[in-house]
Write a protein that binds this ligand. Structure first.
Ligand code: BTN
Length: 268
């Protein structure tokens, strides 16, 4: 009987795609971010990557769980050793821009088909195709490493209708089965490029131009407390990644973190 998915990752396939890049591959792991963190505490170099077919404790932003059946997503954590005193939000930009450009290249779609929802959700036709979770590793006051956890929906069965309305897979947009090892190698190559240029204007401009959130009426919520942080028009972003929201009274509020939901503009 044919297996459900013929495109399985293996250490051999990853070795061929990643060349010299140090990596660890697991069929099953708790969370690739946890393994990358433990590896970072040892000797993992900048650019090392941890990949898994299945996570039993995958997590997303705001402490949410992140689940996908084995072999249906591209799940990995890249380890960066930041050498510059730049805000970590700059690495958020680098990761989002890297994934977006790799997906645009793979799917040969128009740039407007893949956009970013502030700060770093990658959306295909306005539905989330990739989530990014960046976790810092501190040693005292020193930023030792950044763990860039990335989950790309490739062929995930979205059984929950509510999830199916918000999420999307990339494979239906490809002429053939997605080769996740090659996609991984491509994303990592772009991440290497942008993470070496985190300070530059080009990264900020690429990120800003890809944001679908700008110009929209938004509500930003602190997910931990449920408190609404800002409501208004998302005017712009600043170079450190803050979302600038103009409230009805005209005040412009910088928002540094939170969950954005789009709202309808009121009829004039
Ligand atoms: C989000 O909430 O949008 C971020 C989701 C990040 C999921 C990825 S999957 C690989 C890595 N390991 C994890 O536990 N999380 C990230």
């Amino acid at each position: 009987m044919a297996s459900e998915f013929s495109e399985r990752l293996s250490a051999e396939r990853l070795q061929a795609a990643l060349n010299e890049r140090p990596f660890q591959f697991f069929e099953t792991v708790s969370s690739t971010n946890d393994v990358a963190r433990a590896w970072a505490l040892e000797d993992a170099p900048h650019g090392a990557v941890v990949i898994a077919e299945l996570q039993t404790a995958g997590r997303g932003r705001f402490g949410r769980t992140w689940q996908a059946p084995s072999g249906t997503a591209l799940l990995f954590s890249a380890l960066l050793r930041p050498s510059l005193a730049v805000p970590t939000t700059r690495y958020t930009m680098a990761a989002a821009v890297s994934v977006r450009s790799a997906l645009l290249d793979l799917l040969k779609l128009d740039a407007s088909d893949i956009k970013l929802k502030w700060p770093n959700d990658v959306c295909l036709h306005d539905r989330k195709v990739c989530g990014i979770l960046i976790e810092p590793l501190w040693r005292g006051a020193l930023l030792e490493a950044l763990i860039v956890g990335i989950g790309v929906n490739v062929r995930v069965p979205f059984d929950d209708p509510e999830l199916a309305a918000r999420a999307i897979n990339l494979e239906p947009f490809c002429p053939s089965q997605v080769d996740r090892a090659l996609l991984l190698a491509d994303i990592l190559k772009r991440l290497e490029y942008w993470s070496a240029r985190v300070e530059g204007l080009a990264l900020f401009q690429a990120w800003r131009a890809a944001l679908s959130t700008l110009g929209q009426r938004v509500q930003v919520t602190d997910v931990g407390t449920g408190r609404v942080i800002a409501v208004g028009r998302a005017l712009d972003v600043d170079e450190d990644g803050a979302l600038l929201v103009r409230a009805e009274d005209g005040r412009i509020q910088p928002v540094f973190a939170g969950e954005v939901t789009l709202q309808q503009f009121k009829a004039e």
